[in-house]
Design a protein around this ligand. Structure first.
Ligand code: AMP
Length: 249
């Protein structure tokens, strides 16, 4: 079975994000970028499936600018076999990404898609759900455990009230949550080996997908600054302030 893992290049999660002065988005010039952390978890999961003999090939796919190939190389150094780069210099909405991924899934004949539950830049949490709908495949979202059993896959979903276990008919799209695993670091020899692994480059035109935007960003604002704290003299004073000033108890 081929496993397809879509990976996105985003602002590194350690970076303090700054809003552009014209409020049209966030500053990306000279900002450190990295693989979306949830996509790293998805790559790790695919590698574990291959190590367990449940998958034959791991194909990583990224839609984005030329530099998205760096993200693909990171996934290849972790252990993926092959990369697909869909070239795009404009921001792609989740629906556009899902349509592009649908084409790649069909072209490659993948049996499962393992992907991040959300990209930490747009926080959309939409692409996996849209992809499964477009493919007509089962969907397991926010998963923290997975067990493949041939024609079915059992997943544990992290839902608000706790954990939900569901069994999905294959083929399926699963979107991974934080607690599924801890992604490995690529070793130096594997980083060197990854340079020789193939990356196919495709254009949006070649895939025949309409990626024109459906959503318009009106304004991006910084979150409100936190007010300075206050040191209180006693527990009684704290309780009084919580009750009468903050009105939270
Ligand atoms: P989102 O729906 O944007 O929060 O993203 C959820 C997941 O979709 C990510 O973790 C990736 O696995 C995948 N994804 C989103 N955008 C891209 C992209 N441009 N290229 C490849 N995969 C993507």
């Amino acid at each position: 079975m081929k496993v397809l893992v879509p990976v996105k290049r985003v602002i590194d999660y350690n970076v303090q994000v700054r809003v552009k002065s014209d409020q049209s988005g966030v500053e990306l010039t000279n900002v450190k970028m990295a693989m979306n952390p949830f996509c790293e978890i998805a790559v790790e999961q695919a590698i574990r499936m291959k190590e367990a003999g449940q998958a034959e090939e791991i194909i990583v796919v990224s839609a984005g600018p030329q530099k998205a190939q760096e993200t693909l190389r990171t996934a290849l150094a972790m252990g993926a076999d092959r990369g697909v780069h869909i070239e795009s210099d404009t921001d792609l909405e989740p629906l556009a990404v899902a349509k592009l991924l649908q084409k790649v899934v069909e072209k490659e004949g993948a049996g499962i898609v393992v992907m991040g539950k959300q990209a930490i830049d747009g926080d959309n949490n939409q692409t996996g759900q849209m992809l499964s709908a477009l493919l007509g495949w089962s969907q397991g979202t926010f998963i923290s455990a997975i067990e493949l059993n041939g024609d079915t896959v059992k997943v544990t979903r992290e839902v608000d009230g706790g954990l939900e276990k569901v069994e999905l008919r294959m083929p399926a799209v699963v979107t991974v949550d934080l607690r599924l695993n801890e992604p490995r670091y690529a070793s130096l020899p594997n980083i060197m080996k990854a340079k020789k692994k193939p990356i196919d480059v495709m254009s949006i035109e070649e895939l025949g997908v309409d990626v024109s935007p459906r959503v318009q960003v009106i304004k991006v604002e910084e979150p409100e600054k936190r007010k300075a704290g206050e040191i209180v003299g006693s527990v009684a004073e704290l309780v009084d302030k919580l009750k009468n000033e903050a009105k939270v108890i």
